[in-house]
Ligand binder design. Structure first.
Ligand code: 13P
Length: 339
């Protein structure tokens, strides 16, 4: 399959991506903070629950995994990655090895993991991995994100994108402008537009084929501590405006991260953008938290809760799949709750 065909498959109508790439130490921390007991098998059991959710492929086209997950076997000893493919979903890889401090900056970060990446990507491609994802985490604050951090991250993301395409893997470029802070939505708009413009300049310099690239973007939102919270229509309008100005129509799709938004808002915002605007690219989801928050609470690391947790995941995926078509309604959520 060509890069463009894989990219189009990832944003096929009514489908989006599930980000399952929380590494095991962060997964254990999350379980601890939620008051859920964990043991040596928890990460495997959770990954298996996610990957084997019945009919997940109705709304999920691909799954972003950690290196550990790509090599994982299920409880019966069967490798999980081929089972994801058999279930009609494309495995993806988050090949970075962690965020590191950007030298000379005031606490800003850049992703690490470029060493040996060409060889690792070739290996992943041989395993059936179809796409990669690389994140930049840019925090709005006094004097941040700095021009330095925006440029450094854009450059690294573009290098990873070029290396991914060389290996036949579709890069998902993720310049996240984070939700945390008391900034206004107007400030988030300004930062998002600038960050996207720098990211695309770097992709151009690195000769990245845009038809074979997806963007994983944050929405234009009021900071979580801002006293004035923008409504759904304003979020949709400003997000689409920033994208139309900075993301070329050659890109097949933009998939959102949820970034700490509630499940409701992640779905409602996505729906409003698709329902109200004429868009040159597909606009869909690549959520971690907004798909998995509820399933994890239902599961609580108990085998008997797996079917109910999978039903909760299927439901959220389905709702977001509808939102990617602009067809989601609050009534659909209520109907599902009543069942
Ligand atoms: P969230 O949807 O939780 O922001 O995660 C997205 C992501 O990039 C994880 O890989």
């Amino acid at each position: 399959m060509s890069l463009n065909e894989i990219a189009n498959q990832l944003v096929a109508p009514g489908k989006g991506i599930m980000a399952a790439d929380r590494p095991s130490p962060a997964f254990k921390e999350l379980m601890q903070s939620e008051g859920i007991d964990h043991d040596d098998d928890s990460y495997r059991n959770w990954s298996e629950l996610l990957f084997k959710t019945p009919n997940l492929n109705e709304a999920v086209s691909g799954i972003i995994m950690t290196d550990e997950q790509t090599r994982m076997a299920d409880g019966r000893g069967e490798p999980l990655l081929p089972q994801v493919i058999e279930r009609g979903m494309i495995p993806g890889i988050s090949p970075f090895t962690g965020m590191v401090a950007l030298a000379g900056s005031a606490g800003e970060t850049v992703g690490s993991g470029l060493d040996g990446l060409r060889e690792r990507l070739a290996e992943y491609a041989g395993m059936g991995v179809g796409f990669s994802k690389w994140r930049a985490a840019l925090q709005i604050g006094p004097g941040t994100p700095s021009y330095y951090a925006i440029e450094a991250n854009a450059y690294v993301m573009a290098q990873v994108a070029a290396l991914s395409q060389e290996a036949g893997i579709v890069p998902i470029v993720e310049p996240e402008v984070m939700l945390w802070g008391d900034h206004t939505i107007e400030r988030c708009y300004e930062v998002t537009e600038f960050v996207l413009s720098r990211a695309f300049e770097a992709l151009y310099t690195h000769r990245v084929d845009l038809e074979g690239t997806l963007v994983k973007a944050s929405m234009v939102l009021s900071g979580n501590e801002c006293a004035r919270q923008a409504d759904v229509d304003t979020v949709a309008e400003l997000t689409v405006k920033a994208f139309k100005r900075q993301i070329p129509a050659a890109v097949p799709g933009i998939v959102f991260l949820s970034g700490g938004q509630s499940d409701y808002h992640a779905t409602a915002h996505l729906n409003a953008m698709n329902a109200k605007f004429d868009l040159p690219w597909k606009l869909s989801f690549s959520y971690a938290r907004a798909l998995q928050r509820e399933p994890m609470a239902v599961w609580s690391n108990r085998a008997e809760n797996v079917p109910a947790a999978q039903a909760a995941l299927h439901h959220r995926a389905k709702m977001n799949g509808l939102a990617s078509l602009g067809l989601w309604t609050e009534e659909l959520e209520r109907e599902a709750l009543a069942q």
